[in-house]
Design a protein around this ligand. Structure first.
Ligand code: CTP
Ligand code: MG
Length: 226
């Protein structure tokens, strides 16, 4: 028993456009990944931590780890070309004894530990899969390939979802065994016919994607909001 966490940090960060992979871009002087791990390490009954990194970074002697900030307990694994492949690589390296798995984006570097605990709690309470989500503020349209609107889903029924996403271990392993691709893990579990619950997310769990997002994160840190 125990909670295993896979932190996916293997993306290049093309939309951020920095000269290094996004997870290693500094926020207030510390890599985004280090900020993310600070919350992960506070998760109750954390028994296995896998960090999925760009190929080459899995060597503990890589210069990116200078300063000794990588937790000794972290297992490094090289990621794949797509996020789904990176998650699968991380799952394969997780301690088999973990019965709950969380998958977390390093890019959601300011996610409060309370979100992790809410997700773990809901998995322990019996959900197959659990995702943190927040209300959508914009009205959302679906469109056809020419840009014409095909529908307007009821906004009250929509949630923008974040990470960490949590699953019973067997559920996530089975979902990834399908070999399909998706932008989040819950989608694979949904496709497998399993029920996914949305719990309350947090505005601080936003994903650093663009330079504006990084500036927002810098502002939050500077203002002492995290
Ligand atoms: N990720 C990963 N392996 C990939 C792609 C993404 O581990 N092949 C991780 C990223 O490191 C990030 C999370 O998945 O923590 C969410 O992805 P995203 O925000 O899209 O990051 P990038 O793919 O790095 O950014 P971009 O799409 O702008 O290139
Ligand atoms: Mg990406």
């Amino acid at each position: 028993r125990g909670v295993g966490v896979v932190v996916v940090a293997a993306g290049s960060g093309s939309r951020l456009g920095a000269e290094m992979p996004k997870a290693f871009v500094p926020l207030a002087g510390q890599p985004l990944l280090r900020w993310a791990l600070a919350s992960v390490l506070r998760v109750q009954s954390l028994t296995s931590l896998v960090v999925v990194v760009p190929p080459g970074y899995e060597a503990p002697g890589h210069p990116a780890w200078q300063g000794g900030w990588l937790p000794a307990s972290a297992v490094l694994v090289a990621g794949g070309a797509e996020r789904t492949a990176s998650v699968a690589a991380g799952l394969a390296a997780l301690d088999p004894a973990c019965d709950v798995v969380l998958v977390h984006d390093a890019a959601r570097c300011l996610t409060p530990v309370a979100v992790f605990e809410r997700v773990v709690g809901a998995v322990r309470a019996g959900a197959d899969g659990v995702v943190p989500g927040v209300a959508v503020v914009d009205t959302v349209k679906s469109v056809d390939p020419d840009g014409f609107v095909t529908g307007t889903p009821d906004r009250a029924a929509l949630r923008a979802v974040q990470t960490p996403q949590g699953f019973r271990r067997a559920v996530l392993d089975a979902a990834h065994a399908s070999g399909l691709d998706a932008t989040d893990d819950a989608a694979l579990v949904e496709r497998a016919g399993q029920r996914v619950l949305v719990v309350e997310g947090d505005a601080l769990a936003f994903k650093v994607t663009t330079p504006d997002d990084l500036a927002r994160a810098e502002g939050l840190v500077a203002d002492g909001r995290v």
